[in-house]
Design a binder for this molecule. Structure first.
Ligand SMILES: Cc1cc2nc3c(=O)[nH]c(=O)nc-3n(C[C@H](O)[C@H](O)[C@H](O)COP(=O)(O)OP(=O)(O)OC[C@H]3O[C@@H](n4cnc5c(N)ncnc54)[C@H](O)[C@@H]3O)c2cc1C
Length: 453
C-alpha cells in the first residue's frame, strides 16, 4: 500500500539558510504556494552553525586580547574566558532561531517540511512520507566538510562540533589552514588551549594577500599557535582519551597529540544526498551546474543558490542571499537577472581580523594590469598605538591609468568594517583622489583610509 502523500507547490525550496529564504519569502509574498524543506533545525549554517555563533566567541576572544595588550597601559585585571558561560551566551543567539524561523515561514504562508529531500523525478522531491511536486524547485542545500582521504578521518570533529563544545579541550589540532581553522584557533588559544594548525600547502589562507597573511602568522605565533606548513596529515589514531595526528613534513614524520582534532580543510557543496540524477540535474565542479540565470543547465524547472550552486559567487552568507534574490527575480518575472557579482568582501575573523576585497596583487599581475601597490604596516599609527595593537597592515591596489581602487587587503582590529568602505569604493568605481577628498570622522579607523591610497 502506498502511504505517500502527494502535495503540489509553485516552488519547493531545499534548505532554510540564506540561499533559500529570500527566494522562498519573495515568492510567497507574490502569492505563490511555497514549501521549504530542511533536514536540520531551521535557520541554515550561518545563523546556527557558522558566522553568527562564531562571532560571539570571536568577540569574547577579542576582549581577552585587548585586555592583555592594555595590561601595562592602564588596565589591571586579567580577564579570562569562562567557556561554559560563553557557550550559554552563544546559545541565547542560536537556540531561538529554528522555532522563530518556522513561525516566520508559517506567517508568510510557506509550508515547512522537516526531513531529507531527494529527487524522485525531475519535478518531484521525496521527503519522508511526502512527495512534493514543484512547478519550480530551488536547491539551496549549502555545503559540508570536504571528504578527507586520511586514515582515521572518522575521528575528525567538524566545525559544528567545535561550536557545540561544552568544555574547551586543553590541546586542539586543526587540520587545514583555511579561515575556519584560523578563526577557531585564535579563539581557542585566547581561551587558554594549546593549538596546532596543520596545513598541506606552502601558504595558509590561500586567496588572501600573502604579505598580510605573513603578519597574521606572526600574531598566531605570539599567541602560542603552532602552524605546521607543507605538512600532510597521514593518519589520526585514537590513543587513550585523545588522538595522535601523524604528520609528514619535509620527509620526516611528526606525531602531534590532541584532545580533539578538528576538520578545517575546506567545504564542498552538500548535494550528494539529493539524488540529482533522478531529477535530471547536472553537477558542475563546485555544485549544481547552472546557467547565467542560476537555472540548472539540464532541468529548467530547477534553480540553485548559495554554497550548493556552481557560480562565481564565494561561499559566503551575503553571496547566498544575493543569489537567492536573483533567483526570486528570475522566477517571478522570467529569466532576466544575470549572475553578475559586485566585488565580494571577505573576512577571516582572527584577532586581529584579516579582510580582503577585489583583486590581490597576484591577480592584478596575472591579468596584466598596470597598477600601483600602496602597502605599509600600521601598528605605529595612532589608531593602533591607542589600543596597543602590534599587528596591523594594509595593501591597496590602484589602477594607474584611472586611479581607481581595484583591490584592498587589510589586517587590523577594524579591518572587517573598513573593508566594506573599500568594497563600496571598488563597486562605485571610486579613485584614490575620491577617497582622499572625503571628510572622515576622527579619530576613527576609517580616517586612516586617505593614507592607504
Ligand atoms: C564555521 C563556519 C563559519 C562561517 N563563517 C562565515 C562568516 O563569517 N561570514 C560569511 O559570510 N560566511 C561564513 N560561513 C559560510 C556561510 O555560513 C555559508 O556561505 C552560508 O550559510 C551558505 O548559505 P546556504 O543557504 O547556501 O546554505 P546553508 O545555510 O548551509 O543551508 C543549507 C541547508 O540545507 C539543508 N539541507 C542540505 N541537504 C538537504 C536535503 N537533502 N534535504 C533537506 N535539507 C537539506 C541543510 O541542513 C542546511 O540547513 C561560515 C561557515 C561555517 C561552516
Amino acid at each position: 500500500m502506498n502511504t505517500m502523500e502527494n502535495r503540489s507547490f509553485d516552488l519547493v525550496v531545499i534548505g532554510t539558510g540564506s540561499g533559500a529564504s529570500t527566494a522562498a519569502g519573495k515568492c510567497a509574498a507574490a502569492g505563490w504556494k511555497v514549501a521549504q524543506i530542511d533536514d536540520m533545525p531551521f535557520g541554515g549554517t550561518c545563523a546556527l552553525r557558522g558566522c553568527d555563533p562564531k562571532k560571539v566567541l570571536v568577540g569574547a576572544a577579542d576582549l581577552i586580547d585587548w585586555n592583555r595588550r592594555m595590561n601595562s597601559h592602564g588596565i589591571r585585571s586579567d580577564a579570562a574566558i569562562d567557556w561554559k558561560d560563553l557557550m550559554k551566551y552563544k546559545r541565547s543567539f542560536t537556540d531561538p532561531v529554528p522555532s522563530s524561523r518556522e513561525k516566520g515561514m508559517m506567517k508568510a504562508g510557506i509550508t515547512p517540511f522537516h526531513g531529507q529531500a531527494q529527487f524522485a523525478n525531475d519535478a518531484t522531491l521525496r521527503v519522508g512520507d511526502y512527495q512534493l511536486t514543484g512547478k519550480h524547485i530551488l536547491i539551496a542545500s549549502g555545503a559540508k566538510p570536504a571528504p578527507l582521504p586520511v586514515d582515521g578521518s572518522e575521528y575528525l570533529a567538524a566545525s559544528t562540533d567545535f561550536l557545540e563544545l561544552d568544555e574547551l579541550p586543553g590541546k586542539l589540532v586543526f587540520v587545514g589552514g583555511g579561515y575556519i581553522s584560523f578563526e577557531f584557533a585564535f579563539v581557542s588559544a585566547l581561551a587558554g588551549s594549546e593549538v596546532h594548525i596543520v596545513h598541506r600547502g606552502e601558504r595558509p589562507l590561500e586567496g588572501f594577500d600573502a604579505d598580510m597573511v605573513d603578519i597574521l602568522l606572526e600574531k598566531a605565533t605570539d599567541l602560542g599557535i603552532t602552524v605546521h606548513l607543507e605538512a600532510e596529515v597521514q593518519s589520526v589514531v585514537k590513543e587513550g582519551p585523545g588522538y595522535v595526528v601523524t604528520v609528514s613534513q619535509n620527509g620526516t614524520s611528526e606525531r602531534i597529540r590532541g584532545d580533539l582534532v578538528i576538520h578545517g580543510a575546506g567545504r564542498v557543496p552538500n548535494i550528494d544526498n539529493l539524488n540529482l540524477q533522478k531529477g535530471n540535474v547536472t553537477r558542475g565542479k563546485s555544485g549544481v551546474a547552472v546557467n547565467e540565470y542560476l537555472q540548472s543547465v539540464s532541468n529548467p524547472r530547477v534553480y540553485a543558490a548559495g554554497d550548493a550552486a556552481a557560480t562565481e559567487g564565494k561561499p559566503l552568507t551575503p553571496v547566498a542571499g544575493y543569489e537567492s534574490h536573483m533567483v526570486a527575480s528570475n522566477l517571478l518575472d522570467g529569466n532576466h537577472r544575470k549572475a553578475e557579482y559586485p566585488a565580494q568582501p571577505t573576512v577571516v575573523f582572527t584577532i586581529p581580523p584579516l579582510a580582503s576585497v577585489g583583486l590581490t596583487q597576484q591577480q592584478a599581475e596575472d591579468q596584466g594590469l598596470d597598477f600601483e601597490v600602496h602597502t605599509n604596516k600600521m601598528y605605529s599609527w595612532y589608531s593602533y598605538r591607542r589600543i596597543n595593537e602590534s599587528h596591523a597592515a594594509y595593501k591597496t591596489i590602484i589602477e594607474k591609468r584611472t586611479g581607481r581602487i581595484i583591490g584592498a587587503h587589510l589586517l587590523g582590529t577594524k579591518a572587517g568594517e573598513i573593508i566594506n568602505l573599500f568594497a563600496m569604493a571598488i563597486n562605485q568605481g571610486l579613485t584614490s583622489a575620491d577617497l582622499k577628498k572625503m571628510i572622515y570622522a576622527y579619530p576613527t579607523h576609517g580616517s586612516d583610509i586617505p593614507y592607504m591610497v
